[in-house]
Ligand binder design. Sequence first.
Ligand code: FAD
Length: 379
Amino acid sequence: MQTAIAGGERTAIAPVEDAEAIIARAAEIGRVELQPLVHSIDAEGVYPEAVMRALGAAGAFRAHAPLAPDAAFDLKTSIGAMSAIGEYCLSTAFCMWCQDALGWYIANSDNAALKAELGEKVASGQILGGTGLSNPMKAIFGIEKIKLAGKRVEGGFEVTGRLPWVSNLGDDHFFGMIFELPEEDGRLVMAVADCADERIKLVEGTEFTALDGTRTFGLQLRKAFIPAARVIADPLGPYIQRIRAGFILLQAGMAFGMIRSCIDLMEQAGQTLSHVNCHLPDQPEDFRQQLAALEAEVSALCETPFDTSTDYFIRVLEARLQAGDAAVAAAHNAMLHCGARGYVKNGAAQRRLREAYFVAIVTPATKQLRKMLADLKAA
Ligand SMILES: Cc1cc2nc3c(=O)[nH]c(=O)nc-3n(C[C@H](O)[C@H](O)[C@H](O)COP(=O)(O)OP(=O)(O)OC[C@H]3O[C@@H](n4cnc5c(N)ncnc54)[C@H](O)[C@@H]3O)c2cc1C
């Protein structure tokens, strides 16, 4: 079985016709359905499944992952929808990114059977799922070893290994993963796995500082069978170059939503505390300008997500690094501007601060981005 990626060049990027309507609907879902849940998501680890399904029905997971052969990829609409939700809750925005990444993988695969089986269901949110690519993303850039090993068997592969954390999962969810074939010189293969497979165990147990509502599990695979119809790319080869920028750019939605909400918190605090808050060195206007510059850069980068040049990739990494830094800085300042009212147990500022660090530590984390930039610039 070979489903080699021919790399069909689909570079025309046009916004979907109803982009504004999709983002507006996501914002409404955020305000009406998500806002009342944010404390239970944060404090009790409630998984916002109904919100995710509603977002899927609203088209929030679709624009960047078209299935028709000549359709244009529009990352900006999906980023816009994610950022609208990120203004309320980073757990949900991250679940959206997980879902978007899974759709992105499928849409960019040349495997027609995979697209036919899962493409529309993932794009519509009928099937939810995630991505276990932190480990291979780190492995490809020389940070750790690949954790999943596979073997070619009749009709597909058998895969064994463990991944420490994969989010947006459940018994009827799917996830993207990469495994190596030790018997084939370490050839890498990417595929979609089904959590319902009894040889895939979802292990609960880790409690996080924030993001506990993301249904994040440890995964144990023991000879999990991956049918040929679920292979995304074999060999991985050029496919990873094709998806890497989109994988990273889509994460901007989490950062933008976070920064906007923190500007809002600073402004709310300013209504009664401006006489003292004006002495803080960083003001809402500083973050507004930073956000506008970042949005413009990400928007420009979203025009050519399949550009495989080093210069382009460096710009993507720099934008991602700045987005993580700005999210943490904005949340830090929201805390300083809100003061004690942000420091209470249910205070928005302390929740946003805990959440914001996730933007900077999820793969590619700040330290990985800095390593990648140093390596690329030294080459
Ligand atoms: C809430 C949450 C959700 C996540 N969701 C996903 C996801 O959906 N998909 C995905 O692929 N990755 C996911 N990750 C992993 C994440 O993307 C990073 O890979 C992870 O945070 C480690 O990155 P790092 O750069 O800090 O790794 P490093 O500091 O380089 O650490 C390397 C490895 O050490 C291990 N490690 C470090 N500390 C601990 C610890 N306390 N307990 C157990 N193992 C540890 C991990 O395997 C980690 O990958 C999630 C992490 C968190 C916290």
